[in-house]
Design a binder for this molecule. Structure first.
Ligand code: AMP
Ligand code: GLY
Length: 423
């Protein structure tokens, strides 16, 4: 099979690494990829949000399947364009991707289909802010409606802070993405990420992971795209997973199909767990980054036939997925200044050493300079991943590799996995 994989991050490096192992693969082209991906696949300099360029590339290489990593190009309709041309695409249409691209859509959908989630109010004008806040107790949760690169959520400790944030959001801080605002009930509990492969009709659970969103140790500092993950997530027991499947994933698949937007691709449910069971924090229409990295390390089955079956609507015919009986961890090495203003250009050394069969270093924000040296080109630079018989073993291997990599000015969290390791 000829495969076009879209994206340039650690998630896509992990997907490329897994797809490259498939006996079904003839040719793997990644657009635009990164220096790590370039070692195991062809890379082409077409931006991950250039719909026309990606459609042309898929046709040029006679792609049997296009696998889409990031969300922005889904919102722009890449899957719709490919579907119209008869090219199978693993990723939802723009209408189905609203589960990620519009929080107001998703909250209303959750209400229509009775999914367990926080109560909410949609606010469209500044006059609506005060009455919306009256409905809730502090802390207040405010969300820009549209895609805001993970920065569209404010948890305000008191009313003054909430008012200021709400006015700022509606005042254009997030452009069109902030034209509407969702105010919702604060949910306390522990978060976990649950994944399902979907083909429009059938959803197949695809494992779970826990992310660490805050920049610094002890869950302090600003929110980020994710500083590290581990899988499995013991907090998400098989029982809770089944409840999430029955009360969220399955009704979401059925509801999207019934409303004319069947969902294909990865449904990523951000869950809040407390003693009342799982509640939905948000949906994403893609793999998590860096959740995907640890899932790929644990997956024994060949991924490619599942992605292809999902794109063709044939997941029901597939045998159960097989997972390794191991734990996996991912530690993100971030650039100085991440997440607010990452500084690019520092020279990275030691990342290409051989750390043995249980360690993988997936590239994210890296590039080569004119002299061919590996340099920092983005906020999250490298994902140092390891697997082991236990999470503690995986953690020790990952941090041994972290210690051997030099990223001037950079930082990482030293406590990835603490919930599962101390619990
Ligand atoms: P989201 O972009 O919707 O995932 O929100 C980002 C983060 O904000 C989540 O991972 C949670 O930590 C937090 N969050 C979002 N919604 C809520 C809520 N209703 N209650 C508590 N925390 C929330
Ligand atoms: N790591 C969280 C996300 O991909 O949204």
């Amino acid at each position: 099979m000829n495969i076009l994989l879209v994206g340039a991050g650690g998630r896509e490096h992990a997907l490329a690494w897994k797809i490259a192992q498939s006996p079904l693969l003839t040719r793997l082209v990644v657009a635009p990829g990164n220096p790590g991906i370039a070692k195991l696949a062809e890379t082409r300099q077409v931006a991950a949000d250039n719909v026309d360029g990606l459609v042309a590339l898929a046709q040029e290489i006679a792609a049997d399947l296009v696998v889409v990593g990031p969300e922005a190009v889904l919102e722009k309709g890449l899957a719709d364009r490919l579907e119209a041309l008869g090219v199978p695409c693993f990723g939802p249409t723009a209408a189905a991707a609203r589960l990620e691209s519009s929080k107001a859509f998703t909250k209303a959908f959750a209400e229509r289909h009775k999914l367990p989630t926080a109560g909410f109010v949609v606010v469209e004008t500044p006059d609506g802010i005060e009455t919306a806040l009256d409905r809730f107790e502090p802390p207040y949760v405010l969300k820009a409606d549209g895609l805001a690169a993970g920065k569209g959520v404010v948890i305000a400790a008191d009313r003054d802070e909430a008012l200021a944030a709400a006015h700022e959001m509606l005042g254009g801080r997030f452009g069109q993405a902030g034209a509407r605002l969702v105010v919702e009930e604060f949910m306390a509990g522990e978060e976990a990420s649950l994944f399902a492969l979907c083909d429009g009709k059938t959803a197949l659970l695809f494992g779970a992971a826990q992310d660490h969103k805050r920049a610094y140790d002890g869950d302090t500092g600003p929110n980020t795209g994710g500083m590290g993950t581990y899988s499995p997530a013991p907090v998400l027991t098989a029982g809770i997973e089944q409840v999430a499947y029955d009360r969220m994933i399955a009704p979401t698949m059925a509801g999207m199909a019934a409303e004319g937007s069947p969902f294909k691709g990865v449904l990523f449910a951000g869950l809040m767990l407390d003693r009342n069971g799982p509640r939905l924090v948000e949906y994403n229409a893609r793999f998590g980054d860096p959740e995907c990295q640890v899932l790929m390390l644990r997956l024994e089955s060949d991924l490619l036939p599942y992605l292809h079956a999902a794109a063709l609507g044939r997941l029901a015919e597939m045998p159960p997925l097989v997972w390794r009986d191991t734990a996996a961890i991912c530690v993100v090495l971030a650039a100085e200044g991440y997440p607010d203003a990452p500084i690019k250009g520092a020279i990275v050394s030691g990342a290409e050493a051989d750390f043995g069969p249980h360690v993988m270093v997936f590239h994210a924000g890296t590039a080569h300079d004119a002299q061919g040296r590996l340099i920092v080109s983005g906020g999250r630079v490298l994902n140092v991943c390891a697997s082991g018989a236990t999470l503690a073993e995986a953690r020790d291997q990952a941090y041994a590799a972290v210690a051997a990599i030099h990223l001037p000015g950079g930082f990482h969290r030293s406590d990835i996995g603490w919930r599962a390791l101390n619990g």
